[in-house]
Design a protein around this ligand. Sequence first.
Ligand code: DQA
Length: 143
Amino acid sequence: MYFYKMKKIIIVNGPNLNILGKREPEIYGSESFEAYFKSLKEEFPNLELDYYQSNIEGALIDKLHEVGFSYDGIILNAAAYTHTSVGIGDAVKGISTPVIEVHISNTYSREKFRHQSFISPNAKGLVLGFGLKSYALALQSFL
Ligand code: DQA
């Protein structure tokens, strides 16, 4: 008998992404992440999807350590910490699960301080600028 083992993927969102839908909708859209996550689960029934969000740098690092040796993939939008956090960059480097860096907006078409990423050098890939759809495009890479 053949058992298909579903890939276990987690989306990890950093600061201020808990207020998506209300926050700068002209940049980030008007849908909450919870609503979008529900639609993602329907769109990807063959992936086991988890979701975690924190506004706290150390909590994000703890989560990366927790999942980073057992999950099949991590989709990480570290939000503002992308541009500042050596600690999150080191965590991405230190874990064995592949990390895909995602951004809703095209950070390279925005302020200069958003052009720097501590995640990119150790990410498996990068998807940005497609709105919330960036997450779906990243998930497709695991199919
Ligand atoms: C973001 C881009 C970051 O520069 C910003 O700080 C965010 C969201 C994005 O998804 O477009 O909070 O990561």
